[in-house]
Design a protein around this ligand. Structure first.
Ligand SMILES: Nc1nc2c(ncn2[C@@H]2O[C@H](COP(=O)(O)OP(=O)(O)O)[C@@H](O)[C@H]2O)c(=O)[nH]1
Ligand SMILES: [Mg+2]
Length: 431
């Protein structure tokens, strides 16, 4: 069900008001005759139609996890007309996670709870969630912003017109922000022709030009999203970029959206790497497939594909090794994995997703080039954008490779992997 029909339900109350629908399995609560339901229904109706406001109403007077919170959450799902089974699964998964993390106090898990609700209730596009993401993004790229925005301010202040001196100084700024030489040249050419077309010479309009240019750079081409399930995603990238964590975060997102996820340990180099992935799979409640350390990664992929098909999984995330003795070896291995899963399941892998680490700046760029030329990259995920001044590399990869950036990592937590929105990024960077 779409967001607006949910809103309509809460606002106009088509169908029976949620407060009057008493589930049969409700245990009797001697201290409470169900009045809280009425009060909560009213509070929800009076709240602004935003997830954060609904959550405020739901957790009113609740400070810890426990049966009261569970009941209120079930109530929220019911009020939004979500299926009871989904609600129950949500609550039991969330409790298992709280248990695992050892969280008791609401203040320690509220943010995660809101993130999970947004995914489960399909509310991530809601204005409120977008605002939250925008804030997170702005904070996350604050160092990059400092590097770029301040300098552009003084660039504009120091030049009346976009003359040679202006472009030279801009080039320096871009290179300092890790946009890279090649991408900086491309970006400046585009900006110059944009300025010419619009007949702009004065620097006071430069910021608008740059924003428009960035937005067009990040515009991803439309692609076919439909797949023949299970969807198979091959995760590639060198060691240390955050591949394992990203796989866990993606699995978590998909699980929260009601998908059944299998993670396969295709990085068979170290037993510790396999164990780390298994811990994550358990933590997010995803299925896990592995063979012994040093097994053939293609055999892992092949058998995991069997398990995904037989087990009715919606999504198979294939981890791969990020290191081999030679580049040729690594690429050969990735090709082999692609071949064997494709043989079992036509169309698979549906996507090859390259994970790159923003803190490595120009290295991230050369890795993209390497993987893209060798095996083909369908999507990019940029991790560790938080706390780096090298975020300019986002612009470089978008400019130099026609590959969409789908997610960015803004921290180590599950909720810190967020869909990438080029317009928001341009806005956050320049505002
Ligand atoms: N700050 C920050 N740390 C991250 C992010 N993504 C991953 N990490 C951390 O980077 C480190 C390496 O991650 P891991 O997934 O093991 O990398 P792998 O070797 O590519 O599998 C871990 O400490 C992660 O917590 C991110 O977006 N932001
Ligand atoms: Mg790893």
């Amino acid at each position: 069900m779409g967001f607006f029909s949910k809103l309509k339900q809460i606002w106009q109350g088509d169908g029976a008001p949620a407060g009057q629908r008493q589930p049969a399995a409700e245990p009797p609560r001697p201290e409470d005759d169900g009045k809280w339901r009425e009060e909560l229904t009213l509070a929800l109706r009076q709240a602004e139609p935003r997830l954060s406001q609904w959550l405020d109403a739901i957790v009113q007077g609740v400070e810890e996890r426990g049966p009261v919170l569970d009941e209120r959450l079930l109530f929220l799902f019911e009020a939004l007309d979500a299926p009871t089974q989904e609600a129950e699964e949500f609550v039991s998964r969330f409790n298992a996670w709280l248990e695992g993390m050892g969280y008791v106090k609401l203040r320690d898990f509220r943010s995660e709870l809101q993130y999970r609700l947004a995914l489960a209730l399909d509310l991530e596009d809601e204005e409120d969630e977008r605002d939250r993401l925008f804030l997170k993004l702005s904070e996350g790229i604050s160092k990059t912003k400092e590097q770029i925005t301040k300098r552009i301010d003084s660039l504009i202040a120091g030049h009346g017109e976009m003359d040679e001196a202006f472009w030279e100084e801009l080039e320096e700024i871009l290179i300092m922000a890790d946009v890279g030489f090649e991408a900086a040249q491309m970006l400046m050419e585009n900006l110059k022709s944009r300025a010419r077309k619009e007949g702009v010479k004065e620097t006071d309009r430069f910021r608008d030009l740059l924003k428009a240019e960035l937005e067009s750079i990040f515009k991803a081409p439309k692609r076919i999203q439909a797949v023949n399930p299970p969807e198979v995603v091959m995760m590639i990238g060198v060691n240390g970029v955050g591949k394992t964590t990203t796989i866990a975060k993606l699995a978590h997102r998909a699980q929260m959206q009601g998908k059944k996820v299998l993670i396969a340990a295709g990085d068979t180099f170290r037993a510790a790497a396999i164990e780390q992935l298994e811990v994550w799979a358990n933590r997010v409640g995803a299925g896990f497939f592995a063979k012994a350390a040093n097994s053939d990664p293609a055999a892992v992929a092949f058998e995991a594909m069997d398990m995904a098909l037989a087990g009715g999984y919606d999504l198979l995330l294939l981890d791969t090794a990020g290191r081999l003795h030679t580049k040729a070896n690594l690429m050969e291995e990735l090709e082999k994995i692609k071949r064997v899963v494709g043989k079992k399941h036509p169309g698979a892998p549906h996507r090859s997703v390259l994970v790159i680490d923003a803190t490595t700046g120009q290295n991230a760029l050369s890795q993209t080039k390497l993987f893209h030329e060798a095996v083909g990259v369908d999507e990019l995920i940029l991790t560790k954008l938080d706390g780096t001044a090298k975020g300019g590399v986002v612009v470089a990869v978008a400019l130099q490779f026609n590959v969409p950036i789908t997610y960015v990592g803004l921290g180590e937590k599950m909720e810190d992997l967020r869909p990438f929105d080029g317009r928001d990024f341009a806005k956050a960077l320049l505002s």
